[in-house]
Ligand binder design. Structure first.
Ligand SMILES: [Zn+2]
Length: 161
C-alpha cells in the first residue's frame, strides 16, 4: 500500500543543527487536517510537525527529516531534554479523546515509519507519544489509542525479516 503524500514547506523549522532522527514523537492535532496544515504554514504559529496524517491516511510532509520541526516543546525522553533535536514529529488528524484513530491512519503511520526504520536504526522503543515526553503538560495521545497504535507497531515490527 502507498498512501498519497503531499509536500508543503513550513517556515517553522530550524535548519541547524542537523536533526538526529533517533525516533518519533506521535501527536494528535485536535484541529481538522487542512486547518492543521494552514496553522503549520503560518510563521506566526511557530509550530510544525514533520508530517500530519489525515483520517483517510493521506499524509502531508511539512518539514524534511534533516531539519528540526517545532512540535514537542518542553520535553524529555530517556532522560534527555529538548526532544525536537532528536525525535521527529508525526501527527494524527483529530482528537483521540473524541474519536479513535482510523485504521488508515495507523497503516499510514506504519508506512511512514517503515520507510525510515532501517536507515535510522529505530526499534519500537524509538517511538513515543507527546503525553509521555511532556507528562502533565500534554495529553496526546489518549492512552487507549496510544496502546492501540503501539500494539499495531509491535506486531508490524515483529513480522520484519
Ligand atoms: Zn502534541
Amino acid at each position: 500500500m502507498a498512501f498519497p503524500e503531499s509536500f508543503r514547506a513550513s517556515p517553522n523549522r530550524a535548519e541547524q543543527p542537523t536533526h538526529e532522527r533517533r525516533g518519533v514523537v506521535i501527536h494528535h492535532t485536535v484541529m481538522p487536517y487542512e486547518q492543521t496544515i494552514a496553522y503549520m504554514l503560518d510563521p506566526v504559529s511557530r509550530v510544525s510537525y514533520h508530517a500530519v496524517i489525515a483520517k483517510n491516511g493521506e499524509r502531508c510532509t511539512l518539514v524534511p527529516d534533516e531539519q528540526i520541526a517545532w512540535h514537542a516543546g518542553v520535553s524529555s525522553f530517556q532522560g534527555r531534554p529538548h526532544c525536537n533535536a532528536f525525535l521527529l514529529g508525526l501527527a494524527f488528524e483529530g482528537d483521540t479523546y473524541r474519536a479513535p484513530l482510523t485504521a488508515a491512519q495507523i497503516d499510514s503511520a506504519l508506512e511512514w515509519i517503515a520507510r525510515r526504520w532501517v536507515q535510522y536504526g529505530w526499534s519500537p522503543d524509538s517511538i513515543i507519544d507527546h503525553r509521555q515526553v511532556a507528562p502533565g503538560r500534554k495529553d496526546d495521545l489518549n492512552p487507549v489509542e496510544w496502546l492501540r497504535f503501539q500494539a499495531a507497531m509491535n506486531g508490524w515490527a515483529a513480522a520484519l525479516p
